[in-house]
Structures are given as C-alpha cells and as structure tokens.
Design a protein around this ligand. Sequence first.
Ligand code: ACM
Length: 528
Amino acid sequence: MKYFSLLFILFLFACVSNNEPQEVNIIPQPNSVAVENGSLKLGSQLILNVNSESLKTVATQFKTEIADLVLVELTNSEEATIQLELDRTKGNNESYLLKISKKGINISAGSEKGIYYGLQTLRQLFLFAKKDNGKFILPVLTIKDEPRFGWRGLMLDESRHFFGVEKVKQLLDLMALHKLNIFHWHLTDAPGWRIEIKKYPKLTTVGGLGNDIDADAPAKFYTQNEIREIVKYAADRFIEVIPEIDMPGHASAANRAYPEFSGGGSKSHPDFTFNPGNDKTYTYLTNILREVATLFPSKYIHLGGDEVHFGNQAWNSDKYVLSLMKKEKLKDLKEVESYFIHRVADSIKVLNKTVIGWDEIVDHKLSNENSLVMWWRHNKPEKLGAALSNNYNVVLCPRIPLYFDFVQNKEHKWGRKWGGSFVTMELTYAFPPDTLPGLIQHINFVKGLQADVWTERIQNNKRLDFMINPRLSAMAEAAWTKSENKNISDFKRRLKPMLNYFEKKGIYFYNPFNPELSPEPIGVDKSK
Ligand code: ACM
C-alpha cells in the first residue's frame, strides 16, 4: 500500500511538472497570453512563409533581427514553420494574434505593423527560450495583443551632447524590441544646432560647434543624407521620427550662426531667442522648416515653444519688437510670444504638417485640430487639465516620472533631482495614475506616453545607456500594456532575462536588483 501511494505521488508529480506552463518573458507584457500544455521544439534553421507580397519587407527585417539566434529562410511553402498572414479585414492597427502549436507558429494581423509587433514578441520568445540539446523550446500558446496607447515615444536631446548615427540606430533597435513607435529628435537648442540646412550652411558649420560642456568642441551634426538614413532605419522598424526645431527660445546656437535673426537673451541665457519682431525671421524660419518638412515624412513638426521667459528680456528694448507691439497692439511679451507661435504654426500648416509644442503652447490658444501638446511640467498638472479640457491631443511626458536625466536611485550623484524627488523604475512603471486631471474624462485625447532624455548631464554612450535602461523597459510596458494587465513584481521577473540580454549586447544599464553591480558612470558636474 505504502509502495503504491509513493508511486501515485511520483505519478502526480510527473504530471504536474509536465503540465506546468512554461514561463513567458515578454516586455511589454502582451494583453492576453494563454499558455497551454506542450511545446514546440525548433532548431536554428527555420522557414517562413508570407501570404502577401507586402509582408516581404517585414519578414526580411525579422530575418536580420533574429539572425544572431536562428537562420530564417523565406519560402513559398505551406509547410513553413512560421506563417505570417495579413488579413486587411482586421483593420489597419497595431494588434496581432500569435499562435504557437506543436506543429508551428502563426502570426496574423490586419497590417504590416501588427505583423511586425507579433514578430517582436516571437523574437523575445526565442531570445529568452529554454534550450534542450541545442533546440529552442517554445510553449504552445495563444497571444492576442494590442497596445494601450498609440504613441509610445522616446525623445533624445542631441544638442547638449551629440551621439551620432550608430548610437541612434542602436537606440532605435532597442525601441523596436520594446514596441516603441515614436522617436522625437531634439536637434536644436542653445549649445548646438545638429541638422544640416542647405540654405543656411553656417547653422551647422558655426551653430554645430561646441556642446554643453565644451564650447570649442568640433562641429557635430547630421547631414541630410544621414537624416534620411536614420528615418529609413526607423521606418523599417515602424518608428516615426519627429524633428524638433526649438523656438522662439533655446535658439542660441542658431543665433551664433545668423545673429541678424537674434532677438537677444538674458544674462544667464545670452542670445536665447529668435527675433519675433523682424519680418525676415519668419522667412528664415519658414525656409528652414521647409527643408525639415521634406526630410521627415512624419505629419508632425515640433516647434518647441518652451521656457521663452528664460531669455526674452531683450525684447523689451528691441526696435523690431517694439514696432511689432505697436502695429499689432500687443500689450506684453506674452502676447509677442503668442504672435510668434501663431505665425510659425501657420507656416507649418502651409507645409501640410501638424504642430507639436511643449505645454506652454496651450496658453497661445492654437487651433486644437492642428496641434498636439506635450505635457512636461509635472508640477503644473493644471496645464494638462487645460490642454485636455480644450480638446488638444496630448502626449504625457512629465519630468517625474518620464525624464530620464533624473537619477533613478537616491545614491546616484550625477543626474537631476527635483527637490528630493527623482525617477525610479517603479515610478515610471506605475505611470499614469488615474488621478491626473482630465485623464479619465478625456482619455481619447491622451495619445500616449513618452520618455525624454535631456543630455546636459549625459556626455557619453555608457552614461546614456545607464540613464535609459531599464527605465525604457518600464516605460514601454506602461505605454503598451493595459493597466489591468500590469504587475510590477511580474515585470521585475521578466526584466531579469532582459538585463541578461542587454549585458550580452554590451548595453550598459542600472541594475535595480543589485545596484552595486552597476556603478554610476561619471556625469557632468552642474554645480559649477
Ligand atoms: C523642457 O524640458 N524644457 C521641455
């Protein structure tokens, strides 16, 4: 009897361990995952079939992305292990259905981008798969997935420090792996102008000189060919690149090159503004924006519009500004600023583009149909409320918890803090709280989330990686995964294999599990 009980227990144990669903490690967490019994064992050479010519580009892209792990050959065979099925009746959106059976893998979607996201999920299943005798073991499962938000962005400031084509491509790769789809490129600011404009070559030969810590650093910028190369690289990964040409403030680099369009500045921010009173400024900026508009297929151009008060004091005594105020009956500098923003927004509209601005633009009452607001001032939630209640489309990127130049651990010395507050991975993950003004009532106007990487304190690639990772993984899940499917402790479990992957790829990261394993790279001392 004892013998039989033991056998029975052993039998039960065997059943349980056989049936135990395999762990699935995907970031961002898909919105529905049903793991069944059994698995699919695959070697390192696979054949893939598409049901539509228009999937060949996506399939080829996947083949390149997974080449480190498996060799994928595109065929026309119904016998292929991976079947990609485009079904336009499912709608032109980012959702996908991924099924793994004991026989093979099927991904179906209504659009190429849906198929691409299904392939990113599959790529992670391969990346983090258990192996047996050199074979990948994938669980039998069904994943039905679609994003919470359509805008899942990352902004990189390359004015303060310039990182270059290869680093930007590596960031785009990382974004694609996390299903992020917007790269907001902050290309101009006070320290340097980083985009070639053919009509005004001094913008880069003079304006491109220097960076935030060394005014004499050689000129660094992207040529128009490099911009096209990046835009194409991003598009292959379903990432839209949105350029920002910051104005009327943050314009010191441009003003070094073409001082005739400067509106002056303040003691701490010299030559900070474009001149809003000089009619020639508008011709100049429209010519710049025209070149920008042809380089970037995105429907958006970001005109900045932030922090003008840092350096518009010289407007008070500028003859052009004074005569504009008289002519247009503008009663103060705020109205001058509004005049400027409206005129540039009109130019952007003529170029068939939609304006994006930082949340200051809400005060200027631009048409809500032709503009989008980025809410960044976390200490001014009323600005978010005002934008949403006036039916502006809004992207949420508040400093806390979405500015990645903030430290992520209180022991870190080199990043930003706000009072005593900083940006832990957990805070980023938990965003957005339902309590944000207008969020629940106007959720249809909330386009999504974006992490912003300002680089005053980030002067090299290692530090950039450290500040981005792993908060980018947390932000990707906050943007993709519906709140009811988010779970921070499960996220942390899934993050561990992701960190191993970063390590293999030579991507530096802050290790939230073992901070001592990831010393903080020296940053920039901003106290001087
Ligand atoms: C900003 O951080 N000035 C948008």
